[in-house]
Ligand binder design. Sequence first.
Ligand code: CO
Length: 134
Amino acid sequence: MSHIKRINHVAVVVDDMEKALSFWRDALGMELHELRDVPVEKSQIAFLPLEGSEVELVMPTSDDSGIARYLAKRGPGMHHICLEVDDIAGMLAQLRTKGVRLINEEPRTSADGKKYAFIHPESTAGVLVELYEL
Ligand code: CO
């Protein structure tokens, strides 16, 4: 049985990074660890780490990305919550047996070696859920 370990990060879609940072960094006082362009996802991401988790602000840098379409359709706001698991393949198998709708049937691997997969909001009370195995 695979287990959820912690909330790894929460991702928020923004349409104006500086405006978003004026709240998250300047008003709340969270540390901006890195502002990174991620060309493969056609987005810019701000990483604001906390102890054991992180807030990520995601801004599309092109109109033809998935994140840009999301922003156009729903406006800025909460995008997904990411849960860290000890065994992502095991968790996906477990979810499949429960009839949960998955976006990624198999784990994908990010550039920095993390395994991840998304679960469809239809099965999660409306929240896009990402799973991570580090
Ligand atoms: Co994420």
